[in-house]
Design a protein around this ligand. Sequence first.
Ligand code: SAH
Length: 239
Amino acid sequence: MTTHSSFTVTTIATIATPFKQKFAIPRQPNLAKAQGLITFEEGFSDVHMLKGIENYSHLWLLFIFHQNLERGWKNTVKAPRLGGNASMGVLASRSTHRPNGIGMSVVTNKGTVTRDGKTQLLVEGVDLVDGTPLIDIKPYIAYADSIPAACDRLDELNPIPYRKVSFLARLKPALAEIEKKHNDFSALVTSVLSQDPRPAYKQQLDNEDKTYRVTLYNIDVGFEVKDGAIWVTELVHLG
Ligand code: SAH
C-alpha cells in the first residue's frame, strides 16, 4: 500500500467577482476585464502581509475550485478546446477537476482599498466565480514567469472564439441605469459574451432560437445568437 503525505491548506481570503455562476466565465484570466475584490480572513488580515505589493503590476492568485471538489477528478478530461470530445491527461490540462483542486490565475494588481478599517485588495482580469477561496497570493515576476517563446499547440489549432456583441437599442436606458453602479458593465458583458460562452458543440451555430442567460453582478443578462452575432436582448435586475 502506498501512503501519501497530506498537507493542510487554509483559506486566507475570499474574492468577490461579478460571476455568480460558472457558466460564461472566461476560460482563463484577462480575457475579460472583470474586477475581483479580495477580503482577507481573520488571522490573515494584518496589513503588513501586503507590504510592498504595490511594486507589482500583476499577481498570481492560488485558489481552490471549491464548486467542483465534490465531483472529484479523473485521469483524463474532455478538452473544450477540442470540441469537448477528445480527451487529454488531467496534468496536461487546465481543467478545474484535478487532484487537490488548486487553480492559479495571473491578474492585474489594482491596489489596496480600505473599508471599515479593513484592507482589501482589488484585482482585474479574474476568471473566478464569486466567493472563491484563495489559499495564496504571490507577485508575478516577468523575468521568470513570462516566456514569450512558449508554445501552446491547442491554442494554435482552436483559438478562442470571437463574436460581435451588440445590445438591443431598447436596452439603452436600463444599461445607463446599471452603469451608474457598475461603470464597467457593458464592457464586461461585451468581453464575456464575445468569447461565445455556449457549449463547444453549439459554438458553430450562427443562428439559434434560444435565449441564453447569465448573471453578472446582480443582473440577469439574456442573449441570443443571430446571423453570427451575439445580441443582448434582456437585462433584468435581480434586486
Ligand atoms: N486560471 C485558472 C482557471 C482556469 S479554468 C487555472 O488555470 O487554474 C477557468 C474556469 O474555472 C472558469 O471558466 C470557471 O468556470 C471555473 N471556475 C472559476 N472559479 C471556480 C470555482 N471556485 N470552483 C469551480 N470552478 C471554478
